[in-house]
Design a protein around this ligand. Structure first.
Ligand code: GDP
Length: 468
């Protein structure tokens, strides 16, 4: 398929969603002002609109089923993944003695949650990839497994071990020093254009054609290498997979509560998640009119009571997920190897779902979404976030480009010209996003449908020694 075709196809899905966010929100606002009698009639207007929009989305999602390019997509996905894994393998296992190559070090112990620490390590690994320097990981006393990372996951290297990580220099000397310690992403100076959410220039055209969010795919590949399970972990996960009888279609929801609510995220009732799950399944049925299926949900949460809440309110669904894991995921029991096993299972099963509904403010959901991209082909659309748009904590500016000029008419909106660069701060899922126009200096709300994502492309090490 041409690049233009793939981009247009994704754009149509995005536009159909944006029109639904906007119109549903506006129709509901009108409803609030109506008398009870009129409200009843108006409800039918809303239902009709919602249903027509689902039919439209079903048609759009079936495009890849009938356009004849799906085999190509699958091959390209496989082939790029092979290339990435081969590059990472060469990166991490230099043919020379490790003492003779320039390398970086990273300490997984950021002192935060599992998702947060994995993302911290991915920021390091991203830089290691970009510089072509193998990464040596420190993980002694890791709060999720005090015996260290290597007891759970395969060592990152055969020959670059802690012994070759002495006398690390600070980040300022990253292009000259033999060993460089990578600081936290929040305080790394100087910042570089190759840092997240950049993708490598040499494969950028292929990545952009392959995937609706190439950076997420790229990070998914870094995670794929980084989190190669030890044999006991593979067996543990496999056993669980069979014992719960994991089947598709299935939608994953991640309900993050406890310490997150009120401090870093708002409370979201189970109904907010299930509304989108319901939508997914109705669309799925429209896509496959003759298919009979059970509506399954994989539920991951750090709040045990969500299970009974969900099961009692949605009896026509089968909920997978483990209340005992949720128990061990609560703030006071969160760390240690037992709790780690729980979070590994939850992230794994979320990543195996067809679609995710979650809060991207949580790193657990972002990791699950990244890992999901290792398996699904062009799956950027397979999520409905309830709060933030996808981001990588500490990322360089997240910019969009105006593709249609706009004259402000709504309160708090700003005007812009086609071609303006807009730094985006988030989608409100009601047709509007928030951000600031870097071309004309204005900020506020803007209609999301008039913009497109700008992919950050940066020069990175090109791994010419790798042939696949
Ligand atoms: P964030 O705080 O939600 O952005 O994600 P972090 O991963 O950084 O920290 C939250 C921690 O809470 C996780 O690492 C887990 O230990 C625990 N947790 C949160 N949600 C879940 C869940 O759905 N399942 C499990 N097993 N643990 C969770």
């Amino acid at each position: 398929p041409s690049l233009e075709y793939e981009q247009l196809r994704r754009k149509i899905e995005m536009q159909a969603r944006e029109i639904s966010y906007f119109t549903t929100d506006q129709l509901n606002k009108i409803s609030e002002k109506l008398s009870d009698q009129d409200k009843e009639n108006w409800k039918n207007v809303i239902l009709r609109f919602t249903d027509q929009n689902r039919v439209l989305l079903a048609s759009i999602r079936n495009l890849t089923v009938v356009d004849g390019y799906q085999l190509w997509r699958e091959h390209e996905h496989e082939s790029l993944s092979k290339l990435m894994q081969a590059r990472l393998n060469v990166l991490q296992n230099p043919s020379k003695s490790c003492q003779d190559v320039k390398r970086v070090t990273c300490n997984i112990n950021k002192g935060c949650g599992y998702g947060c620490e994995i993302h911290h390590a991915m920021h390091c690994f991203h830089i290691a990839y970009a510089l072509g320097r193998p990464m040596i990981l420190f993980s002694d006393g890791w709060r999720y497994n005090p015996g260290g990372f290597d007891q759970v996951f395969q060592p990152l290297s055969r020959n670059c071990t802690k012994a070759s990580a002495t006398s690390a220099s600070s980040w300022g000397n990253y292009d000259t020093a033999d060993v460089v310690e990578i600081p936290l992403i929040d305080n790394i100076y100087p910042r570089k254009d190759f840092m997240p959410m950049a993708i490598p220039e040499d494969i950028s055209e292929r990545l952009i054609r392959l995937h609706g969010n190439p950076f997420v795919w790229f990070t998914g590949q870094l995670i794929k290498y980084f989190l190669r399970p030890q044999e006991w972990l593979s067996e543990f996960i496999e056993k669980k997979y069979h014992s719960i009888n994991f089947q598709t279609p299935i939608v994953g929801i991640h309900v993050r509560r406890t310490d997150k609510v009120g401090s870093e995220a708002a409370f979201h009732d189970i109904s907010e998640y299930m509304k989108h799950v319901e939508d997914y399944y109705i669309i799925y049925q429209y896509q496959n009119p003759n298919l009979k299926f059970t509506k399954r949900v994989f539920l991951a949460t750090d709040e045990p009571s969500v299970f009974s809440d969900a099961r009692s309110k949605y009896p026509d669904y089968i909920f997978y997920g483990d209340r005992a894991i949720a128990q061990s995921a609560q703030l006071h029991t969160r760390y240690g190897t037992e709790s780690l096993k729980g979070v590994l299972l939850d992230v794994h099963f979320l990543s195996l779902c067809d679609y995710l509904v979650c809060t991207f403010s949580s790193q657990i959901c972002r990791v699950a979404y990244e890992v999901m991209q290792q398996r699904v082909v062009d799956g950027a659309w397979r999520v409905q976030p309830l709060d933030d748009v996808y981001y990588f904590g500490g990322q360089n500016a997240h910019n969009q480009r105006a593709i249609i000029s706009h004259k402000a008419i709504w309160p708090n909106e700003f005007s812009f010209d086609r071609g303006d660069i807009i730094g985006t701060e988030g989608n409100h899922w009601d047709g509007f996003s928030k951000g600031s126009d870097k071309t004309n200096g204005q900020s506020g709300l803007y209609p999301t449908y008039k913009t497109e994502e700008i992919v950050n492309i940066a020069k990175m090490y090109t791994y010419s020694e790798v042939r696949v």
